[in-house]
Design a protein around this ligand. Structure first.
Ligand SMILES: [Fe+2]
Ligand SMILES: [Fe+2]
Length: 244
């Protein structure tokens, strides 16, 4: 790679990192974060609330496992297969860890939660974006699949980081969440590195637009999702301060 190509590539790939929110977007992000922190504190007041949190994580991990198995693995070139297999093994371990934690709270986790209505709508809009953008890349749908994967892993990192901060290191759920958080951070790096390899320098502008659209869809569900979580916390956590 020439020096000029390298410079173009590095500039093009600055879009992989989460852009700092500005103006109204920043205000909305702070609002969502505050509502979700309050919802988490409330949900931790009851066993039913904690079960709901674990079930939400289990549904997310389950959906990630299925996406890797059904969408990413079949279209991966041979050189990517081992990496996808290792990623899949991590997500399967997360499913097992959350199912075990649910079992310890008296929930058999047999009837799996499907992603909720809001998450399904979000996934549908991401799939439409993937098909619209695939034509712009030599590697076709593989690029939107990894771009969506990157944003989903960044979201998982943000959610788990917030949850760990809210409950603190002494909480009995902390070791589980911290362990999964470490894996999700590694998955963010893995998606970033893969995108750097599968996107040609002249396609970088399309990748930037695609990531922007994926993040916009995610943000458009932010306030609604946070309020839904807060209502659940209010219903399940009750008004008392003790865990029941
Ligand atoms: Fe995971
Ligand atoms: Fe992950």
């Amino acid at each position: 790679m020439t020096v000029i190509e390298h410079r173009v590539t590095e500039q093009g790939f600055s879009c992989l990192g989460i852009p700092p929110a500005q103006g109204l977007g920043a205000l909305q992000a702070r609002l969502v974060d505050r509502i979700k922190r309050a919802a988490l504190r409330r949900l931790h007041r009851s066993v039913r609330g904690e079960r709901l949190l674990l079930r939400m994580y289990l549904a997310g991990e389950d959906a990630t496992e299925r996406t890797l198995l059904e969408e990413l693995l079949p279209q991966s070139p041979p050189w990517l297969e081992q990496q996808v297999e290792r990623h899949l093994a991590d997500e399967r371990r997360h499913v097992a860890l959350f199912a075990q934690a649910l079992g310890e709270l008296g929930d058999d986790a047999e009837s799996r939660l499907e992603p909720d209505w809001l998450s399904r709508r979000k996934i549908l809009r991401w799939q439409r974006l993937a098909h619209r953008y695939a034509v712009h890349f030599e590697q076709g749908l593989l690029v939107p699949a990894y771009a969506t994967g990157l944003c989903a892993e960044q979201m998982a990192e943000r959610v788990l980081r917030r949850h760990c901060a809210v409950i603190g290191t002494e909480h009995e759920m902390y070791p589980l969440l911290a362990r999964v958080l470490a894996d999700e951070k590694a998955h963010v790096r893995l998606c970033e590195n893969t995108l750097r390899r599968i996107v040609a320098p002249h396609e970088a502008a399309h990748l930037a637009r695609l990531l922007n659209d994926i993040r916009r869809v995610d943000a458009s569900f932010g306030v609604t999702g946070a309020l839904a979580m807060y209502v659940a916390g209010w219903v399940l956590g009750g008004v008392g301060g003790r865990r029941r």
